[in-house]
Write a protein that binds this ligand. Structure first.
Ligand code: C5P
Length: 397
């Protein structure tokens, strides 16, 4: 719950501003009070009247509104909140925040505040992917700003990709984690994610198509519920989530060492697509191409991190969750895998190319546990992550 928490909500000027109306309702339902601030551009998308009516508080609009200064100065306004949330955070607002501009009420509050700041970015996919936005994002993360989303999907402008603002309930979950009210507070978790790269020589490696999206979303959902998460990731495409203890690795052997070093933990989720084999005697120098001859590679087996941690006699996490990416007989294979590895749960999914799951935004999983096989409907990877995190929270209670 968010009872008694004061949220200063800065609404930026983007089409996603309509979701901020629902967000206000969700926050108030959970006991938070919301002081809304609209940028000038936000007023093109939502009216101050509807925002103020839902918030049950005045909607602040202009920096030099003398009445506001008499009521509550902008410095004071920036300090009364437990959290400043910018939703939607447009590319423009993010750029201004990253550069410390204070050119209107919203940016002045953001510069003057001494409370935690969270942003929910929303913009066109090209704007999100632009080097300038990504640079600003990195600066904001470095400044300690929490970032939720954006999600991937169809956009109002007709394009597809990352840029949609996170849904109000996702934002609320992350806020509860940031504000310290999560049900997993005090629990330590390890999450592995991404592919591993197994070197052949200094320039060549063997890899797989894992994007790291599902592991990253799970770590974010666990953080949102208040867990302390050690996130051990191979070289993944997706950016690691906010608020984790990040450990970057390349190979399976490094991943195993990082996981063992992160123990003890209350739970561990092994979402990484660990390479099964590594090249024996990877060369320290680049293997030369010699006309008419082919190099030969031989392989050795990588350590099975999930099996090792599941079978620890001392210091086994209370809950160990593995994944099974299968293309045939998903349930039978995943059930056998659960027994073989000794983990508590297996999250099984069908990664046949026709499903579009590997590297895609959605997942259709079956949770295999002591209780049998439970089919979950096909949903966004973020939604799978939230559901799994809340099941884990139930199991660890
Ligand atoms: O045996 P398989 O690779 O199908 O098992 C998948 C599960 O085991 C995943 O949870 C994966 O993260 C984990 N795993 C591991 N170490 C390996 C291979 C798989 O932790 N070497």
């Amino acid at each position: 719950m968010l009872s008694g928490k004061r949220i200063l909500l800065i609404i930026g000027g983007g089409i996603a501003a309509y979701k901020s109306l629902d967000l206000i309702r969700r926050l108030r339902e959970r006991g938070a009070s919301v002081t809304p601030v609209l940028t000038r551009a936000a007023e093109e998308f939502v009216t101050p009247l509807s925002v103020a009516a839902l918030a049950g508080e005045k909607a602040y609009r202009e920096l030099f509104d003398l009445t506001d200064e008499a009521e509550m100065g902008h410095i004071q306004l920036s300090r009364v909140a437990d959290l400043v949330l910018v939703a939607p955070a447009t590319a423009d607002l993010m750029a201004k925040m990253a550069h410390g501009l204070a050119s209107d009420l919203a940016t002045t509050l953001l510069l003057a505040t001494d409370t935690p700041v969270m942003i929910a970015p929303a913009m066109n996919v090209r704007m999100w992917e632009h080097a300038a936005t990504q640079r600003n994002l990195a600066v904001l993360r470095g400044d300690g700003v929490a970032v939720v989303g954006p999600n991937e999907g169809d956009m109002a402008c007709g394009e597809f990709g990352p840029g949609r603002m996170s849904e109000p309930l996702e934002i609320v979950d992350v806020m509860m984690g940031v504000l310290g009210d999560g049900v997993l507070r005090g629990k330590r978790m390890i999450v592995t994610s991404g592919p591993t790269h197994e070197p052949i020589d200094p320039v060549r490696y063997i890899a797989n198509r894992s994007s790291g999206a599902q592991g990253s979303a799970i770590a974010a959902s666990l953080v949102a519920l208040g867990a302390d998460v050690v996130f051990v990731t191979g070289p993944a495409e997706v950016t690691p989530p906010f608020g984790v203890e990040l450990v970057r690795v390349e190979t399976a052997v490094e991943m195993r060492a990082a996981v063992l070093a992160a123990l003890p933990a209350d739970a561990a989720v092994f979402a990484a697509a660990v390479a099964d084999w590594r090249v024996v005697g990877a060369s320290d120098s680049k293997i030369k191409k010699v006309a008419g001859t082919l190099p030969s590679l031989s392989f050795e087996e990588n350590p099975d991190i999930l099996a090792e941690v599941s079978q620890l006699h001392n210091g086994r996490p209370d809950l160990v969750v593995g994944f099974a990416a299968e293309t045939d007989d998903v349930i039978a294979n995943a059930t056998a895998k659960r027994a073989r590895k000794g983990c508590d749960w297996i999250v099984a999914n069908d990664v046949s190319p026709a499903t579009g799951i590997m590297g895609g935004a959605e997942n259709a999983v079956t949770l295999i546990s002591d209780a049998g096989a439970e089919h979950w409907p096909r949903m966004a990877k973020d939604a799978v992550a939230r559901q799994l995190a809340s099941r884990m929270a139930d199991a660890l209670r």
